[in-house]
Design a protein around this ligand. Structure first.
Ligand SMILES: Nc1ncnc2c1ncn2[C@@H]1O[C@H](COP(=O)(O)OP(=O)(O)OP(=O)(O)O)[C@@H](O)[C@H]1O
Ligand SMILES: [Mg+2]
Length: 332
């Protein structure tokens, strides 16, 4: 059988550049060379695309000029955009891949853009009867508004990895948090505190998505799941299945996660971040390209659900090819 030609996109312009490189390195290690013929495209923080070979050395500067990279994309069977945050997870790269008419892993243009935007995402979920936290949206120049008391969360609308997020305990912290969030985005959210159990669940599939066993996020030595809690060794504990919610709520979390995946028109994969507050599932956000190292939450949740990392990748590639094939039969 011919090997499947794969291009892995790594890095990217967002502040999650380093996380993306780590995710891509794991992916490259897990793609069996007997089955996959892999090229990597390293995207710099400056947006430059550089084409490299299929080894794990994506972090190094790669020799081939950037100009060849887009041409190479059209020549593969499937692209794995392992890019977190703006200019990767937000529909922009997905649009480029649609134009190149190449199969790619993960949500399409609309689903990616929608889920990247915490403000628009919540509107669609609310409309679909899925609970989300109350929030106020501010744009540059708007006066601060906080009907929720303290503490309250302040977030850039379109980022990830907790970058630019503040848990504000008083007016001074709120003003500083708003200022910080506005350095990352022109639109920000002030969000009511969800005082409950934080759980995450993986979703995998196109038309018939499945949910992983959920995991409970327990920050260690951190008040909340901030950047350092996420990425520092020992900053959090992932409890699979969650300790602090009953079994029927676990099933409910899975159901809501799949619903959220469907109504936002996701395909391939997503990690759905939720809170369980007084027994009710509140969806926090949905990540269409979640952290993707072999020890990331998404991979661990599926491993605990009987889908090891290498198989997860195989299934995602098959899902990407299936969608591309399905859509290639449409008349436009
Ligand atoms: N309304 C809230 N109530 C309580 N905790 C919250 C709330 N919003 C966010 N948090 C905490 O902040 C963390 C980061 O928030 P969120 O998931 O919205 O940010 P993100 O930057 O998009 O993260 P990700 O890395 O998952 O993309 C959450 O995991 C949770 O611990
Ligand atoms: Mg999150």
């Amino acid at each position: 059988m011919a090997r499947i030609r794969v291009a892995v996109l790594a890095g990217g312009r967002s502040s999650e550049h380093e996380i993306s490189l780590a995710s891509a390195r794991s992916v490259l290690e897990a793609l069996d060379p007997a089955e996959y013929d892999v090229v990597t495209v390293a995207i710099g923080r400056d947006g430059r695309w550089e084409l490299g070979s299929g080894d794990s050395s994506v972090a190094e500067t790669l020799p081939v000029p950037a100009d060849n990279a887009p041409a190479a994309l059209g020549a593969v069977d499937v692209v794995l955009p392992i890019l977190h945050g703006p200019f990767g997870e937000d529909g922009t790269v997905q649009g480029l891949l649609e134009l190149a008419d190449v199969a790619y892993v993960g949500a399409g243009v609309a689903g990616s853009a929608l889920c990247m935007d915490k403000d628009l995402f919540k509107k669609v979920l609310r409309e679909s009867g899925i609970r989300v936290a109350r929030s106020v949206t501010l744009r540059t120049g708007d006066a601060i508004e906080n009907p929720f008391g303290f503490p309250v969360f302040v977030k850039p609308a379109r980022l990830g990895s907790s970058v630019g997020i503040t848990k504000a305990h008083d007016g001074t912290e709120l003003r500083a948090g708003v200022e910080l969030a506005f350095t990352h985005d022109e639109k920000i959210l002030i969000e009511e505190l969800q005082d409950g159990v934080e759980v995450e669940v993986g979703v995998l599939g196109n038309r018939d998505p499945i949910a992983s066993v959920p995991g409970q996020i327990v920050p260690l030595g951190h008040e909340w799941y901030d950047y350092t809690s996420k990425y520092d060794e020992g900053g959090m504990k992932l409890v699979i299945p969650p300790d602090d919610i009953p079994e029927e709520t676990v099933a409910r979390v899975q159901e809501v996660a799949v619903d959220a995946f469907r109504v936002t028109e996701c395909e391939g994969m997503a990690r759905v971040d939720c809170f369980v507050v007084d027994g009710e599932v509140v969806v926090n956000e949905l990540n269409t390209i979640p952290g993707f190292t072999s020890t990331s939450v998404y991979a661990k949740l599926f491993e605990a659900s009987g889908v090891p990392y290498e198989e997860l990748l195989q299934r995602l590639i098959a899902l990407a090819l299936e969608r591309h094939d399905r859509r290639s039969r449409l008349k436009y």
